[in-house]
Design a protein around this ligand. Sequence first.
Ligand SMILES: NC(=O)c1ccc[n+]([C@@H]2O[C@H](COP(=O)([O-])OP(=O)(O)OC[C@H]3O[C@@H](n4cnc5c(N)ncnc54)[C@H](O)[C@@H]3O)[C@@H](O)[C@H]2O)c1
Ligand SMILES: O[C@H]1[C@H](O)[C@@H](O)[C@H](O)[C@@H](O)[C@H]1O
Length: 334
Amino acid sequence: MTVRIGVIGTGAIGREHIERVTRTVSGARISAVADLDTAAAEKAAARCGARVAASGAELIGADDVDAVLVASWGPTHAEHVLAAVAAAKPVLCEKPLATTVADCRRIMAAEQRLGRRLVQVGFMRRYDPGYREVKRAVEDGRIGRPLLMHCAHRNRSAPLAYTTEMAAQDSAVHEIDAARWLLADEIVSAQVVLPRSTSRRHPHLADPQVMLFETAGGVRIDVEVFVNCQYGYDVQCETVGELGLIRLPDPARPHLRAAARAGTEIDQGWGERFSAAFDAELRAWCDSVAAGTASGPSAWDGYAATAVAAATVEAQRTGGVVPVAVGERPALYA
Ligand SMILES: NC(=O)c1ccc[n+]([C@@H]2O[C@H](COP(=O)([O-])OP(=O)(O)OC[C@H]3O[C@@H](n4cnc5c(N)ncnc54)[C@H](O)[C@@H]3O)[C@@H](O)[C@H]2O)c1
Ligand SMILES: O[C@H]1[C@H](O)[C@@H](O)[C@H](O)[C@@H](O)[C@H]1O
């Protein structure tokens, strides 16, 4: 069976996903696309032989769409995901699942009423080969009981529209999910420390930021978010345990020796750095849709990440330690 996918949002990541499904994933094709920007939708549709749907709602309800991929702006995710669940269609939603905790709860309630999982959230780092090795090492006890995690999330530069809040909601949300997943533990508090800002930023933005999280089990996590670091796209993660530590490897790149220097090139964007992760994520999602099962980061994971990001935004404002209580995990997400 070929899975027919409808894509809502044909911007930067929508186009990447369309390209991937079309060129590298077998057993799936793009049947329809929708975007508020009709010209963008038409261009994307022409590249993959899909039709242009009149709207996200029309696409979700259409007979030629078996599964929905949501890649539109964050605040529109909840509406599309809820419509997909109402139509009983599997949906891969880019992060964040929703921009408010209340909307995430609505999505979980809709899935629970249906009695099965349909939602996967686009936390692609869980599919990155390096992160998966770290997960194996944490689980098999090689570093002993984890105590600390040091992370850095650096982007070369951030556009004018990027705000101080987005450092939590848009960027650190990846570390929040990765930490919960690697440690199999929930985050219970957030705090933000602001050093002086780089001069290479738009004036409204606090950059860099240091975020501090604590898990229910007592692990302390620090995350440097620096979105105008200039030199490249750089994601670091080191987990320290009682017996040792494990560091996320940089992706394998050729080692260059020339002009009196030795070293490797640094990736310049998320598309390059997480290319293998996106490939694996989309393959796994398409396979699970074809099999009628659900896997990967769930609506619960999307909810927990949004809840922690919301506490982090509050911590930016207050400067204090903000508690997070995600509550009991419903049986559907056990
Ligand atoms: N996993 C990752 O590393 C990663 C990377 C980039 C973006 N993202 C996420 O993907 C989403 C999109 O980001 P982007 O960088 O592609 O943004 P973008 O602005 O390049 O593209 C978004 C597109 O969605 C369209 N759109 C917005 N609302 C819509 C609606 N209601 N119906 C139809 N189309 C709509 C816009 O017209 C635009 O073309 C965001 O949630 C972002 O956080 C994730
Ligand atoms: O939306 C993007 C995306 O999620 C990237 O992976 C992240 O590095 C950026 O900071 C964020 O703005």
